[in-house]
Design a protein around this ligand. Structure first.
Ligand code: SAH
Length: 203
């Protein structure tokens, strides 16, 4: 197991066996550009071009632990970028599940899809387009995760596109928020401050 993963476990960021398995199986090096392969196992975000980054491993671990993805689930991944997190999720949900990976920048959507190809998933759909209002046509989802920070508030549509019992993990400014849908109009929310994200482009 890579030192990076051991460290994330030791520091308490990686906890759940299915998430740890995914980190071991889906190799981050496959999702970083050629010129940065040496840096793949450092706990830092790395440039993937077009002004965007592959997220910091610690942040991905923290957000997935809040999301609690499981086998068989239907998950919306907004801001798929390099395709790393989408692939971690596809590994976790398995053949009976489905990951919808939405990315605003078409070239990055293509790169993410290309990077994930070696894993031969048949349960990820890469979609180039704006995900700031979710993905109405595929809703509802068991889980929704967003990799770019919303401005000041969580987009309303994301609450609607969750199943009851579903979980949404989304950065707003410099905080990560966990939203749990208790009932059609009842949500539990918790804020975890102190993170840095690229902005979610909201049109
Ligand atoms: N999970 C990715 C993180 C990429 S950074 C990875 O680990 O590689 C966040 C991504 O969100 C960027 O690629 C950015 O282009 C994308 N993004 C920003 N606004 C978006 C929007 N409205 N809809 C979809 N993707 C968006």
């Amino acid at each position: 197991m890579q030192q990076l993963i051991k460290d994330l476990i030791k520091k308490g960021y990686l906890i759940t066996p299915n998430i740890i398995d995914a980190f071991v199986f889906i190799d981050r090096i496959d999702f970083v550009p050629e010129n940065l392969k040496d840096e793949a196992y450092r706990d830092i975000p790395l440039s993937i071009g077009h002004g965007q980054t592959i997220s910091q491993p610690l942040t991905v671990a923290f957000m997935l632990e809040l999301l609690k993805p499981n086998k068989g689930e239907k998950i919306l991944d907004i801001g798929s970028g390099s395709g790393w997190q989408s692939s971690l999720l596809a590994h976790i949900v398995g053949d009976g599940g489905k990951v919808f990976a939405v990315e605003l920048i078409p070239e990055l959507s293509e790169i993410g899809k290309e990077n994930a190809r070696r894993y031969k998933f048949n349960n990820i759909k890469f979609i180039a387009g704006d995900g700031s209002r979710g993905l109405e046509q595929e809703a509802p989802f068991d889980k929704i995760i967003v990799a770019a920070a919303a401005f000041e508030k969580i987009p309303e549509e994301l609450y609607k596109q969750l199943k009851i019992g579903g979980r949404l993990v989304i950065p707003v400014d410099n905080s990560i928020w966990l939203v749990v849908k208790k009932d059609e109009n009842k949500f539990e929310e918790k804020e975890f401050p102190g993170f840095v994200f690229v902005p979610l482009i909201e049109k």
